[in-house]
Design a protein around this ligand. Structure first.
Ligand code: ADP
Ligand code: MG
Ligand code: MG
Length: 489
């Protein structure tokens, strides 16, 4: 495999860097800088940064080689995952069994599941649901296998607030621009090896489909945002494309603002923020415990969930995205509950790596005992999103010793996936850094169901995130990873 990053000299790297920085700043491939130390996110930091300070989004300078077969497979199975999420979300009994056992040990899951039950009991006002998902994969090579034969293994399936759709498309554009203008990557790359990702448009298009289904010309799409969001430009591109391509206006509201200014029409349960009717509630927040600092934020979530607005996602879809559901699906016979076609089962199962419960079942106890002996090839995960929550290596054993048997239920264990290591140069805050890196592919899925039938089930483009080998976690927002694009080989 050609090692693109290590063949260039410092002068060539400097040329690439200057071109990349200008491209990033002029195309909105940017983020707000991290807040200065000791600043409260929601007050002085916002005031200062809203005046225009941005930095380049952290990106890889070179596209990263990715096996074409594995890439095509990930794209191919995305509609299967979209459908699976929906089918699971409709299975009360399945969710009940999992969520009741989690609820005793995980307050956050309990709140979400209680909300799910409350809305069911009250009667669901809106039968349609919109999914904007992202299934994340790391490639796995068996020993002696050629790179081109590597297989995708699913890290997780995200059903709420998937990010970087826009910055991913722009990073692909950046790499194609650098290749065309400098030819530095390789003289052998033809453009089909650098596939573009349409995620900058597909998410807007999904929102537009849901808005159209809602059926009011005057209503607006509402993006539910975090106060002090640094990744606001990734979100803004969705707003701009929604307006430009679909003539639909998007408003940004925090959970607290929904609580303060929201109300439901007593008859139809249409959601109004002030006098503005909301067609689609699209969450770019509401996935982490920190998104609910007070009861007010829960009140905002509850109001939207009970409403006639189409939710992206519903709380049911959010629950389907938990790691526990992923683990249960991997157990024998479980996936078959939802997928009848054996061929489809095989395709999905081939993307699973080893997943183990930590409950009181024989499998759970065996996994616990095995991890106490050796946890080097495992990762232990709680039911949390957004990066930085997992436990690795020896720390797993320490955690397992301190948790009670009941508390262990809140976690799952998973085999570590160890991808091939490549070299790249990372561009963060205007600075270059050579690094040995590994990558994680994300494939976006767009899915709209009206409660009776599927209206859309599509691919929504892709994302490649790349991080230094020494870091366990891969979050871009968390500062570990950079946005990259695939060089198909
Ligand atoms: P989150 O919902 O917080 O993003 P993930 O399951 O994606 O949780 O884990 C966060 C990161 O941890 C991933 O992006 C990846 O870098 C690393 N990771 C998680 N599971 C595995 C695994 N099985 N093998 C290797 N790395 C993993
Ligand atoms: Mg996640
Ligand atoms: Mg993740």
């Amino acid at each position: 495999m050609a090692n693109l990053a290590s063949t260039l000299n410092e002068e060539q790297l400097q040329i690439l860097k200057d071109a990349a920085l200008d491209f990033a700043l002029s195309h909105g491939l940017v983020v707000r800088p991290p807040p200065p130390a000791h600043t409260n996110h929601t007050d002085s930091y916002d005031a200062a940064t809203l005046q225009g300070g941005v930095i380049n989004a952290p990106v890889a300078l070179f596209p990263t080689p990715f096996p074409v077969k594995a890439f095509n497979n990930a794209v191919k199975i995305q509609p299967l995952y979209n459908q699976l999420v929906h089918d699971i979300s409709q299975d009360d009994a399945f969710l009940k069994e999992i969520m009741e056992s989690l609820s005793t040990v995980d307050d956050f899951v309990k709140r979400l599941y209680d909300l799910y039950l409350e809305v069911k009991k009250e009667g669901i006002a809106q039968s349609a649901s919109l999914g904007v998902h992202r299934s994340d994969y790391i490639i796995h090579l068996n020993s002696g296998q050629d790179f081109s034969e590597a297989e995708i293994k699913q890290v997780e399936l995200n059903t709420i607030s998937v990010s970087f759709g826009s910055l991913s498309s722009l990073t692909g554009d950046l790499h194609r621009y650098l290749q065309a203008t400098t030819g530095y990557f390789s003289d052998k790359i033809d453009s089909s090896a650098l596939p573009s990702s349409d995620s900058i448009e597909s998410i807007a298009s999904g929102l537009a489909s849901a808005h159209k289904h809602y059926g009011s010309k005057t209503a607006k799409v509402m993006m539910v945002v975090q106060p002090g969001e640094r990744n606001a430009f990734d979100q803004r591109w969705i707003e701009y494309n929604l307006l430009k391509k679909h003539r639909v206006v998007l408003i940004r509201k925090t959970l607290a603002e929904i609580a303060d200014h929201g109300r439901l029409d007593p008859k139809t349960k249409a959601l109004y923020i002030g006098d503005q009717e909301v067609s689609v509630a699209y969450y770019r927040s509401a996935y982490a415990t920190t998104d609910y600092p007070t009861e007010k934020e829960w009140e905002g979530r509850r109001l939207a969930e009970r409403s006639l607005a189409i939710k992206c996602p519903t709380v049911a879809y959010q629950l389907v995205g938990t790691k526990k559901v992923q683990q249960v699906l991997a157990a024998p016979g479980q996936l078959e509950r939802f997928v009848k076609d054996p061929e489809t089962v095989a395709q999905l199962r081939a993307s699973f790596t080893g997943l183990y419960p930590l409950d009181s079942s024989p499998e759970g106890l065996a996994a616990y005992e095995a991890a106490l002996m050796n946890s080097d090839e495992l990762v232990m995960k709680p039911q949390r999103e957004g990066g930085g929550n997992n436990i690795y290596g020896k720390d797993i054993q320490e955690s397992l010793r301190t948790l009670t048997a009941e508390q262990r239920n809140a976690y799952i264990l998973m085999d570590i996936i160890r991808p091939p290591i490549t070299k790249n140069v990372l561009l963060r805050k205007g600075q270059l850094q050579r690094a040995d890196v590994v990558s994680e592919l994300g494939v976006y899925g767009i899915y709209l169901h009206d409660g009776y039938k599927v209206i859309r089930n599509d691919n929504g483009g892709h994302l490649l995130r790349t991080k230094g080998v020494e870091s366990n976690e891969g979050g871009v927002a968390a500062g570990f990873a950079v946005i990259d694009s695939v060089l198909l080989v």
